[in-house]
Design a protein around this ligand. Sequence first.
Ligand SMILES: C[S@@+](CC[C@H](N)C(=O)[O-])C[C@H]1O[C@@H](n2cnc3c(N)ncnc32)[C@H](O)[C@@H]1O
Length: 278
Amino acid sequence: MRAYRHHFHAGNFADVFKHALLARLLVALTKKEKPLCYLDTHAGIGRYDLGHRWAQKNREYASGIGRLWTRNDPPALLAPYLEAVRAENPDGTLGAYPGSPAIAQRLLRSGDRLVLCELNEKDKDTLRGNVARDPRAGVHLLDGFQAVKAFLPPRERRGLMLMDPSFDRKGEYARVVDALTEARRRFATGVCAFWYPLMEPAALRAFERALRDSGVPQILQLELWVHPADWTVDLRGCGLLVVNPPFGFAAQAREILPWLVDVLAKPGSGGQRVRALS
Ligand SMILES: C[S@@+](CC[C@H](N)C(=O)[O-])C[C@H]1O[C@@H](n2cnc3c(N)ncnc32)[C@H](O)[C@@H]1O
């Protein structure tokens, strides 16, 4: 199987969904003065050149961030995310896209810490180069699922974990359930977010059953899709599970997601939902 490289997908609709919500989580968590730790278990390279031939191959960003870039009516709640994208493109032309580490770098404070894990050796080196001048950031060549055991709970006892696996092998839904259970066991008060793709309905039903059976309370499920349920050509939609969502986060998501659907999906093809799973 070919290794997954996020550069082909950077800035697509799934990144917009994930990073808009990530930015809201970071804003909520940085309201309290106490320092926090951000753990990114599948960090990628941190920043993406959209002119690179991999990003240009299918130009996925064009139907993602490219659609938001030119709009003058985004909800105010999207400002932290859009400002992070603008910061990568100071001349106003969309040529680069921030990955989750860059968004966290922008929204975290000087006393916070970033723990970034990436299993692809080349991507780890690129990531290290991209955050080299940031004393808050540490980069680790480590399996993201092992990172839960290695880094939770963080010494700050406050934190946000993002688990954003590539879902390029079988059993990834089950691994996410295991990781969610383990993260909750180790760090009961931590905010943990898990991205997943919308694949076959039967696999999704089994995933939700396993999440409910895990007994982990306070799981918020957020989903956005840009194609109908029978779409099999490429990624139809995606979701984010948030354990211990900050107060007000669900209401914010209910404001942001309908706008994103309108911008990202063809009329009548897309949708979104936000609900408590447990
Ligand atoms: C979807 S991308 C991450 C994108 C990044 N979180 C962002 O939002 O900018 C998934 C990344 O996980 C890496 N990866 C794949 N399997 C991994 C594993 N077991 N542990 C850690 N990283 C892994 C891939 O090389 C890829 O860079």
